[in-house]
Design a protein around this ligand. Structure first.
Ligand SMILES: NC(=O)c1ccc[n+]([C@@H]2O[C@H](COP(=O)([O-])OP(=O)(O)OC[C@H]3O[C@@H](n4cnc5c(N)ncnc54)[C@H](O)[C@@H]3O)[C@@H](O)[C@H]2O)c1
Length: 275
């Protein structure tokens, strides 16, 4: 393998929400690019109002075997991103085992539907706790050891097209994904002097359990005018995007090929945000 084929050789990546979907794809693609992987996932119900099934222990085990199939090492733990102590423990163990931490993908997230004044305090809190506080917990766990290692690095947060353009029917989710942008850009400025870059990725409809959540159709049936806020992209959008295509962007942001980029919001949306 050449450096071009394995631009992340010798590096270590921490990915949250790695049991399935985009998180699993990022684990596999970062491993293929040469990185060893540390990943966590709740592997169970996270938010009562989700209209799609939770991830399982078996799915996390499948991620482990896929990464090992790429010839890389992986540590995978069942930890919820809402558990700060748990994230700090996993990161400390990983740094002890691998000796460094270079790449972070704050990917774990949940989504559900409801108008802002109709959702319950519980529905609000569960989404905020995972999508926003969970990302802050990740930042709090990873940044001190990355600074100590002195190797620079790349932190990639997974926001959403709904973190740039607020849409109806999931305002609580939008609020968390806009919040992720604020965390990203503040952190980028704070970490610049340490050579650590921080950028956000903004997927639109992606082919995962979350992306195939059919409970959104009830929202559109009840409020047909909302459909206009979910237009197709500029590129053909007859299918949801494969997670692997989002991973192309994540691997680019993890590698030195993106060394000029920090505090940037990278769309993975086929041009939807400009339509
Ligand atoms: N699928 C889409 O269309 C889409 C679009 C834009 C943004 N996103 C974002 O992409 C990211 C990945 O989502 P996905 O599409 O792969 O969905 P997914 O539901 O298939 O995967 C999410 C993973 O995160 C894990 N997770 C959720 N909450 C957790 C918690 N509290 N602690 C630990 N793990 C937790 C889940 O168990 C699951 O394995 C999310 O942040 C999501 O908001 C998705």
């Amino acid at each position: 393998m050449t450096d071009t084929e394995q631009p992340l050789a010798g590096r270590v990546a921490y990915v949250t929400g790695g049991a399935r979907g985009q998180g699993r794809s990022h684990c596999v693609r970062l491993a293929r690019a040469g990185a060893d992987i540390v990943t966590i996932d709740a592997c169970g119900p996270v938010a009562a109002h989700n209209g799609y099934p939770p991830a399982t222990s078996e799915e996390l085990a499948e991620t482990v075997s896929l990464v090992e199939g790429e010839g890389r090492k992986i540590v995978a733990k069942e930890v919820d991103v809402r558990d700060l102590d748990g994230q700090q423990r996993v990161v400390a163990d990983a740094v002890e085992q691998f000796g460094r931490l270079d790449i972070v993908v704050a990917n774990a997230g949940v989504m559900n539907w409801g108008r802002l004044w109709e959702i319950s305090p519980q529905q609000w809190q569960e989404v905020v706790d995972t999508n926003l506080t969970g990302v802050w917990n990740t930042i709090k766990a990873v940044v001190p050891p990355m600074i100590d290692a002195g190797n620079g690095g790349s932190i990639i947060t997974i926001s959403s097209a709904a973190g740039i353009k607020a849409v109806p029917g999931c305002g609580h989710y939008c609020a968390t994904k806009f919040g992720v942008v604020a965390l990203t850009n503040s952190l980028a400025v704070e970490l610049g002097e340490y050579g650590i870059r921080v950028n956000s990725v903004h997927p639109y409809g992606t082919d995962t359990e979350m992306g195939n959540d059919t409970s959104m159709w009830q929202m559109f049936a009840d409020h047909q005018n909302y459909i206009h806020s979910f237009s197709p992209g500029a590129l053909p959008t007859d299918t949801l995007a494969a997670p692997d295509l989002v991973s192309d962007i994540v691997v680019f942001l993890a590698s030195d090929a993106s060394s000029l980029l920090t505090a940037a919001q990278i769309p993975a949306d086929k041009g939807y945000l400009k339509v």
